[in-house]
Ligand binder design. Structure first.
Ligand code: PLP
Length: 418
C-alpha cells in the first residue's frame, strides 16, 4: 500500500481500492504509470469535451502563462476575461447580458443563489425561499448542498443546510404533479427555482422531456420567480445542443456554466445574468454592490483556455462531432436495451445510461463490483450505484466505443445481482 498523504474526493480509503497513477492523456485516452491505456468514458468527471490536450487549448494556456499568470479582478481587467465575456455573449442567449467569473460549478451556483437573493433584497421584497427539483445535484459547498438532494452525501451537515422547497421529479406519467407542485410553491412566494435542464446528472442520469422544462420556466415567469439553469454538466453540447435549455426554447434569468467552459483543461466557471439582475445591484451606494469574489476570479490562464474553447466552438465542426457521437451512442445503447438484466436504456445527446440489475441507490453493492470490473478492462467508468453511464469526450473513436459497450454488456452477463 502506498504511503501517499493524499486524501481523495468521494473515496473511501478504508476499502483500499487501487488508485492508479495517470502520467499523461490524449484525446479520449489516459495513460498510466504502469503502462496501461485507459478509455476515459466519463470525460474525467464530465469536464473534457473536445478531448484531452487539445492543441489549441494547450497552446493558449502556455502562451498566457508567459504573459500574465494572475491578477486581482476587483477593479482590474485583462484581455482573456474580456474575450471570454464577449465570446459568451455572442453564443449564449441574448437576454443574458452579464458574465460573472468564479472557479467551479459549485461556486457558480453559490453566485447564482446570491444574485437571486440580492435581486429581491434590492427591491425590498421579502423573497428568500429557493425551490429545487427532487434528486438534483448542484455541488458540494454548503449552499450548493442545500439546494441538492439530501441523503448519504450530506447527512452529517444536514443541520446546517438551509431549508428549500422541493418539487417532485417529473417521472413519466407524473409530469403534471411536478408542474402543480411548482405552481403552488411559486404562488406561496419564492425567490428562485434552480434546476438542471433535461438531465439530472449526479442524481442518477435522470432524463425528463423538454416540454416539462418549458412548462416549469413558464410557471416561474408567471409568478416572477427567478429561473436558475444549472448547465454545469449539460452545457457545452452534452445533451446535443450547446445548452440543454435551447431544446425547450428556454432562456433562464441566471445561467451556471463550468466543466466544459475551458474544454475541461483548467478550472473556471461563470454565472451569467440578465440586465435586470445586474441592475438590481447597480447603485452609487457601495453597500449595495455584489459582495462576492474568490482569489482566482477570472484567472487569466483559465480564461485563455476558455477563449480557446470558444474559438474551437466557432471554428471547428464541434456540433457535427456531437451529432456523430450522439448517433453512435444511440445505436449502441439501443442494442443493450434488449439485455434481460438491463433496464432504463436511455440516451440524450452524448450521454447514455442504463441500469444493471435492481436499483438500490448510490451505495448499491453492485457499484464497487462494476467499478472493479471496468477498471480491470482499462475503462474509466464510474457507475452511480447500479446506473452505468457513458459520457465520453466528443473525439472518442468507434473502436473505443465498441470496447466500452461490449464491457457493459459483459458486466450485465456476469456480475451477480446487486
Ligand atoms: C458537477 C456539477 C456541479 C458542481 O461543479 P464542481 O465544479 O464540481 O463544483 C454543479 N452542478 C451540476 C449540475 C454538476 O454536474
Amino acid at each position: 500500500m502506498s504511503a501517499s498523504p493524499v486524501w481523495h474526493p468521494f473515496t473511501q480509503h478504508g476499502l483500499r481500492e487501487p488508485i492508479p497513477m495517470v502520467t499523461h492523456a490524449e484525446g479520449a485516452a489516459l495513460f498510466t504509470a504502469d503502462g496501461r491505456r485507459v478509455i476515459d468514458a466519463i470525460s474525467s468527471w464530465w469536464v473534457t469535451t473536445h478531448g484531452h490536450a487539445h492543441p489549441r487549448i494547450v497552446a493558449a494556456i502556455r502562451d498566457q502563462a508567459e504573459r500574465l499568470d494572475q491578477i486581482i479582478f476587483a477593479g482590474w481587467t485583462h484581455e482573456p476575461a474580456e474575450t471570454v465575456a464577449r465570446g459568451l455573449r455572442a453564443i449564449m442567449p441574448d437576454a443574458l447580458t452579464r458574465v460573472f467569473f468564479s472557479d467551479s460549478g459549485s461556486t457558480s451556483v453559490e453566485v447564482a443563489l446570491k444574485m437571486a437573493l440580492g435581486f429581491w433584497a434590492a427591491r425590498d421584497e421579502a423573497r428568500h425561499r429557493i425551490l429545487v427539483l427532487e434528486h438534483s445535484y448542484h455541488g458540494d459547498t454548503i449552499g450548493a448542498m442545500s439546494v441538492g438532494e439530501r441523503g448519504v452525501f450530506n447527512r452529517p451537515y444536514a443541520p446546517l443546510l438551509f431549508d428549500v422547497g422541493t418539487i417532485p421529479f417529473p417521472h413519466p406519467g407524473r409530469e403534471q404533479a411536478t408542474i402543480d407542485a411548482l405552481e403552488a410553491a411559486c404562488r406561496a412566494g419564492a425567490a428562485a427555482f434552480i434546476v438542471e435542464p433535461l438531465v439530472l446528472g449526479a442524481g442518477g442520469m435522470l432524463f425528463y422531456p423538454h416540454v416539462v422544462l418549458r412548462q416549469m420556466r413558464d410557471v416561474c415567469a408567471a409568478h416572477g420567480v427567478l429561473f436558475i439553469s444549472d448547465e454545469v454538466m449539460t452545457g457545452w453540447g452534452r445533451t446535443g445542443t450547446l445548452l440543454a435549455c435551447e431544446q425547450a426554447d428556454v432562456v433562464p434569468d441566471i445561467l451556471c456554466l463550468s466543466k466544459g467552459l475551458t474544454g475541461g483543461a483548467v478550472p473556471l466557471a461563470v454565472t451569467m445574468a440578465t440586465e435586470a439582475i445586474f441592475d438590481a445591484h447597480w447603485s452609487t451606494d457601495r453597500a449595495r454592490m455584489f459582495f462576492h469574489s474568490s482569489s482566482y476570479t477570472a484567472n487569466p490562464i483559465a480564461c485563455a483556455a476558455a477563449a480557446a474553447n470558444l474559438a474551437i466552438w466557432r471554428e471547428e465542426p464541434v456540433r457535427e462531432r456531437i451529432a456523430t457521437l450522439a448517433a453512435r451512442q444511440a445505436t449502441r445503447v439501443a442494442a443493450l436495451a434488449d439485455h434481460p438484466r438491463i433496464t432504463g436504456a436511455r440516451q440524450c445527446g452524448t450521454i447514455a445510461a442504463v441500469e444493471i440489475g435492481a436499483g438500490e441507490g448510490y451505495l448499491s453493492a453492485l457499484g464497487p463490483a462494476l467499478l472493479a470490473f471496468f477498471r480491470e478492462r482499462d475503462l474509466l467508468l464510474r457507475p452511480l450505484g447500479n446506473t452505468v453511464y457513458v459520457m465520453p469526450p466528443y473525439c472518442i473513436g468507434e473502436d473505443d466505443l465498441d470496447r466500452l459497450y461490449a464491457a457493459i454488456g459483459e458486466a450485465a452477463d456476469t456480475l451477480p445481482a446487486g
